[in-house]
Design a protein. Structure first.
Length: 124
């Protein structure tokens, strides 16, 4: 999980960074060799460096073990690391596709909600 050397085994959890704690939690789940990892807001309280490290660690696990990782996120940059993404509104999947497809879908939705966008569309 890319936590560092053997000295990490002696550290107390309270001294670990948020990203290190997330990696320890993922490692604990992986001990059971799960086929599916359900991760809810995995990187919410992490800075960019820790976010990238945790996402990379999950991706490595998926690639090396064949496990499936399903996670909920509001961080759109995480779409770059997924195989498949779903966009949901009011508890329903309204769009499904690659991370890039969902990113484009969200941008289109944002454009249509920009002040004046509807009036510009009506003129066309």
């Amino acid at each position: 999980m890319n936590l560092g050397g053997p000295e990490m085994l002696q550290r107390q959890v309270s001294t670990l960074s948020g990203g290190q704690k997330q990696r320890v939690a993922i490692a604990g789940a992986l001990v059971e060799s799960p086929k599916v990892l359900l991760l809810d807001e995995l990187t919410t309280f992490l800075d960019e460096a820790d976010q990238a490290g945790v996402v990379k660690a999950v991706r490595n696990v998926v690639d090396s073990t064949g496990a499936t990782a399903v996670w909920v996120t509001h961080r759109l940059e995480e779409l770059a690391h997924c195989d498949l993404a779903a966009y949901m509104e009011d508890g329903r999947v309204v769009e499904l596709g690659t991370g890039e497809h969902i990113w484009d879908y969200i941008r289109q939705k944002q454009k249509s909600h920009t002040p004046g966008a509807q009036s510009r569309e009506a003129v066309r």
